[in-house]
Design a protein around this ligand. Structure first.
Ligand SMILES: [Zn+2]
Length: 597
């Protein structure tokens, strides 16, 4: 563990703000060059680190009310490790000096897996000199941790001020790396489970890191979490290691550690590429064919999937006449993508207030039943369904909204997206709608062009999909009728830029009259293999659930919140034409207004 300096003992010239360099209370008095400003102090974050002796400092925030309960701060009492524990760790290549350095302790702890008290090795999670969380592990790999501890990365003290940081999956890997002389390493709090909290709570320690080396386990779950971590942190500053053995600890034991460490691979990033950089991609195309497009998997999307699909890194513009259901359709489409492809989606739809009411729309679509009442033998959503939904949607769906007094400008929104990308690892951003974000002053067409450029750049460089809902500005009626023509991307906001800049796009158009239906029109796809530009298909709308499906087939009745194999699907049924619900719940967003706030 790094030596910790009292924050108040740090002396700087001038006011205590911004970033300063000064002498180190821990080592400067004993150094020949006692005036060398070896301590970097960041007053914004309340962190300091010494480049000479490695000491670190943390400012205590007196006004801060923790949302977690720190475990008892009594680690000093437990530092006597049993012979058995020391020998066990030595057999894993971890010497006793590392156990002492990391303040590993040994305690009896009740474990849910065995339902009794077990002798456990204890990983004490320090932030500064406070224990914020404890992880307990018995000899048979049963784990538990402090009930209300702070979920953050393990060994956070060691990376204060570090420019390069290794990320491994478990605490034993941290110890293994430390035993080989590498200290700037942290581990995930729940192994390969990529929970948001640990990133939010560790953010200030990671902001200024220039290079992450993701060195998680070499197994399918590890490779999956490696992608998720790089997605959050930004691939441009990430590399990875594939261990010869399962993990860092394994490679230390099999003596492959040093050679594995020389094989650090950069993630491919946008920018300049040599042809050699692209070689792996070319081989991939040759062996596996064209890249996979992303589409919903349920059969109710069959006819849409024939003519349209999206890809990571794309901006997708969606248009349609107000009250024709484009917001509703985007929600249904995106929910399916999130569910079928293990993605996370963030919705910015300021007109959908109150937010709890908006959630009832999502819930009907996710569960496949009506929130308000029974419909033709299809029971309404029960309270137990709501709990299951919130469990399913948590860490999958996110709502973006300006706080009181904040104005949603494009700058604000793109900043929010960056923040959410890091904190939550979002894959899909929905902006509903374009005119609900305040435009900058000045020439409108130039501003639109500029905003679309920023959105496409954000999507591409972060490998995310952005759905942008935009109303048409001009609506044309068919000759000598009162029926509106289907708008195209050229009709959006009077600017051809929407059509030119977006990668993909579609129109949702409703037909009234004797044969009512909703038409899906594929307006643009960047690559030919994604779909068929200009083709359309017909869908029916299931009023009780807000789901769309291929016209003439049965309304989809599956429940996204329950694993497919556990579902007994009720016989397909059509909603009765007499079914009546307050339609404003579905179309609340479609009123065209010029000033949203
Ligand atoms: Zn020092």
């Amino acid at each position: 563990m790094k030596k910790i300096i009292e924050w108040d003992s740090i002396e700087v010239r001038g006011n205590r703000s911004g970033s300063k360099k000064t002498t180190c209370p821990a080592c400067s008095p004993d150094r020949r060059n006692s005036k060398d400003p070896c301590l970097s102090v960041n007053f914004e974050k309340g962190l300091a680190n010494c480049h000479h002796c490695g000491a670190v400092s943390f400012r205590k925030d007196e006004s801060f009310k923790p949302t977690y309960t720190p475990p008892p701060q009594d680690w000093q009492n437990y530092t006597n490790l049993s012979d058995g524990m020391v020998k066990y760790c030595a057999s894993r290549g971890i010497p006793q000096r590392v156990l002492i350095d990391f303040r590993i302790t040994e305690e009896k702890q009740w474990l849910p897996q065995t339902n009794k008290k077990e002798n456990c090795i204890v990983f004490n999670y320090f932030e500064g000199d406070e224990i914020v969380n404890k992880k307990f592990r018995d000899g048979r790999k049963n784990f538990s941790q402090s009930k209300d501890g702070k979920r953050m990365l393990y060994n956070i003290n060691s990376i204060v001020g570090a420019k390069e940081v290794y990320i491994v999956e478990g605490e034993f890997d941290v110890l293994a790396m430390a035993s080989q002389g590498i200290d700037n390493v942290v581990s995930l709090v729940n192994g390969a489970n990529d929970h948001d909290d640990q990133w939010v709570n560790s953010q200030k320690y990671l902001d200024d890191v220039e290079h992450f080396i993701i060195a998680v386990d070499n197994d399918p779950k590890g490779i999956e979490v490696r992608e998720k971590i790089a997605h959050r942190l930004g691939k441009w500053r990430c590399s990875y290691i594939e261990w010869t053995d399962k993990d860092a600890n394994g490679s230390v034991m099999s003596n492959n550690f040093d050679s594995d460490l020389t094989k650090i691979v950069r993630f491919p990033v946008s920018g300049t590429h040599t042809v050699k950089d692209l070689e792996a991609g070319i081989f991939d195309l040759h062996r596996n064919g064209l890249p996979k497009t992303i589409k919903p998997k349920h059969k109710s999307f069959d006819n849409v999937n024939d003519i349209f699909s999206v890809m990571k890194g794309h901006l997708v513009t969606v248009t349609g006449i107000p009250s024709h259901g484009k917001s509703n359709y985007v929600e249904w489409y995106v929910l399916n993508l999130a569910n079928d492809h293990d993605m996370k989606a963030s919705f910015f739809s300021p007109e959908h207030t109150p937010m709890a009411l908006h959630q009832t729309n999502f819930m009907q679509k996710a569960i496949g039943r009506n929130f308000w009442k029974d419909v033709d033998g299809l029971p309404r959503i029960k309270e137990s369904d709501i709990s299951r939904y919130t469990e399913w949607a948590n860490e999958k769906l996110y709502i973006t909204a300006p706080d009181r007094g904040e104005v949603a400008t494009w700058e604000w929104l793109i900043d929010k997206f960056k923040e959410q990308l890091y904190s939550y690892g979002i894959n899909i951003f929905v902006i509903d709608a374009f005119n609900k974000v305040q435009m900058p002053q000045g020439n409108r067409l130039e501003s639109i062009n500029d905003i679309l450029t920023k959105l496409t750049a954000f999507a591409q460089s972060n490998d995310v999909i952005i759905f942008l809902v935009a109303h048409p500005t001009k609506m044309k009626k068919k000759d000598n009728t009162d029926v509106y023509e289907m708008p195209t991307l050229y009709d959006v906001s009077g600017s051809a830029d929407f059509r030119n800049q977006t990668h993909d796009g579609f129109t949702i158009h409703r037909h009234f009259g004797d044969e009512p239906c909703t038409e899906f029109a594929s307006m643009k796809v960047k690559f030919q293999f994604q779909g068929k530009i200009g083709e359309t298909c017909k869908m029916d709308y299931d009023l009780p659930t807000g789901r769309y499906y291929e016209k003439g087939t049965n309304p989809p009745r599956f429940d996204m919140t329950i694993p497919m194999e556990e579902q007994i699907l009720a016989p397909a049924m059509k909603p009765s034409p007499s079914f009546n619900t307050n339609e404003t719940f579905y179309d609340i967003d479609e009123e065209e207004t010029s000033t949203p706030f």
